[in-house]
Design a protein around this ligand. Sequence first.
Ligand code: FPP
Length: 243
Amino acid sequence: MSKDAEDLAGLKIPGHVAVIMDGNGRWAEKQGQPRTFGHAVGSQVVEEMVEVASDAGIKYFTVYAFSTENWKRSEEEVSVLFSLFAEYLQKLIVKSTKNNVRCLVIGDRGPLKKDLIDVIEELEEKTADNTGLTFTIAINYGGRDEITRAVRKIAAEVSEGKLGPEEITEDTISDRLDTAGLPDPDLLIRTGGEERISNYLPWQLAYTEFYFTDISWPEFNRDELVKAIIKYNGRDRRFGGVK
Ligand code: FPP
C-alpha cells in the first residue's frame, strides 16, 4: 500500500462529499493580499482536491463556487471569480477527459454570460460518459432558488394535466432539482470557521453529517480531508431510526 493510502486504510469512505469553500478572502487579507488572491489560490486547491477525492475513493464531490447571494460582492471580486471559473472550466475539460472525471454544473445559468454557458455545456457533454468521480460545481446556486425552480416545473406539469397533486412524492421533487440523479451528500465540509449551510443544498443535506473546520479553503489539503473522513467515521448515522 502506498504511504499516501495508509491513513485511509480501514476507513469508511463517504460516497458523496459536498464542500463550502469558505475563508478565501480572510486568508488573503491576513497576508496583506487582495481578497481575489485567495480565490486564485482557492481555485488551485479545487484542482488538487478533485484528484485527491478521486484517489481516496470518493464517488461524488460537489463544491459551492458562487451563490445566488454572491452577486452582492464588489464588481471587481465578481468579475475575478467569473474569470477564474472560465479559465478553470476550460482546463477541466482536458483534465477530466484524461482522469475519467464526469463534470456537472448546478445553479441557475440564466444570468451567466453566453461564453461561460458554452464552456459549461462543452464540459458536461465531453465528460458525460466518464465513469470515475462525478465532480459537481455550483455556480449561481442557491438552495431556495433551486427548490423554487423545481416547484415551478411541478406546477407547470400539474397545470398541463401531466401530474396529479396526489402523485407528488419526495422523489418528484428530488428529480426536478439541479442535483437530479445524484445521491444526497454523506459528508458536508465547511472551511473558514463559520458553522452554517448558507443556502447550500438544503433539501439534499437532510441526513448529511457536518464537519466544520477553522482552516481556510486555500490551506485545505489531503491531510485536512483525511481528518474530516476520520471524524465522519466516528459518527453514528441512524437516519431517524434506532440501531
Ligand atoms: C468563499 O470565501 C468563497 C467563495 C465565495 C468563492 C469560492 C471560489 C473559489 C474557491 C475559487 C474558484 C472556484 C472554482 C471552482 C474554480 P470568501 O471569499 O467568502 O471568504 P471570506 O469569508 O474569508 O470572505
